[in-house]
Ligand binder design. Structure first.
Ligand SMILES: [Fe+2]
Ligand SMILES: [Fe+2]
Length: 189
């Protein structure tokens, strides 16, 4: 569990970071560049071999969550730390096992996998407090003592639930581009 001092530190990073100085919304190019960089990592690509909601690969799911978090920030006009959002969203389910094969029930998996994802992610990258908070809190309120403490963590927490519901109920695998963005792209063609 994070102590009070660490919680305050995440809050300070969130409120006073240089990214907060900008007035406009998130920077799509910066976010996409970081996402592309992450996709070059063999460690990240391992998620392609694990299955998540309704047969979707974990890699596709985390990409869905990353893009949905970004679009939500865009909609809200929030200035964010694009690098932290990309890294946290892509690593939020970096637990590297198939749920069924692991023999964990939904509740056990739900409460334990954020910690496992963080443990694995820290073997790959040196993460800052914001990135750690994104991973640890994405299942909140299930993980009661790990709430989102920054905008990026809140975005991923919401986008994860949206994507999981869409992948399970509507069996939509690729949610990287919402209709609004597809429309905008068509207009620019
Ligand atoms: Fe998760
Ligand atoms: Fe997830």
């Amino acid at each position: 569990m994070r102590n009070d001092r660490e919680n305050q530190q995440v809050g300070r990073e969130t409120a006073a970071g240089p990214e907060r100085e900008r007035k406009c919304g998130p920077d799509r190019e910066k976010f996409e560049r970081e996402l592309d960089r992450l996709m070059e990592s063999e460690g990240i690509l391992k998620m392609q071999t694990f299955v998540q909601h309704s047969g979707n690969s974990t890699l596709q799911h985390v990409r869905n969550v990353a893009w949905r978090s970004f679009y939500l920030a865009e909609r809200l006009g929030w200035s964010i730390d694009e690098k932290a959002l990309a890294r946290g969203a892509i690593l939020h389910d970096y637990y590297l096992y198939n749920i069924r094969e692991e023999g964990l029930g939904p509740y056990r998996h739900g409460t334990s996998h954020p910690a496992k994802a963080l443990e694995n992610a820290e073997k790959l990258y040196r993460l800052n407090l914001r990135e750690k908070n994104i991973i640890e809190s994405h299942m909140w309120p299930l993980t009661l003592f790990h709430p989102p403490l920054c905008r990026e963590a809140l975005l991923v927490c919401l986008a994860d639930k949206y994507c999981a519901a869409n992948e399970m109920v509507l069996l939509r695998k690729n949610l990287e581009k919402p209709r609004r963005v597809r429309r905008q792209e068509k207009q620019h063609e």
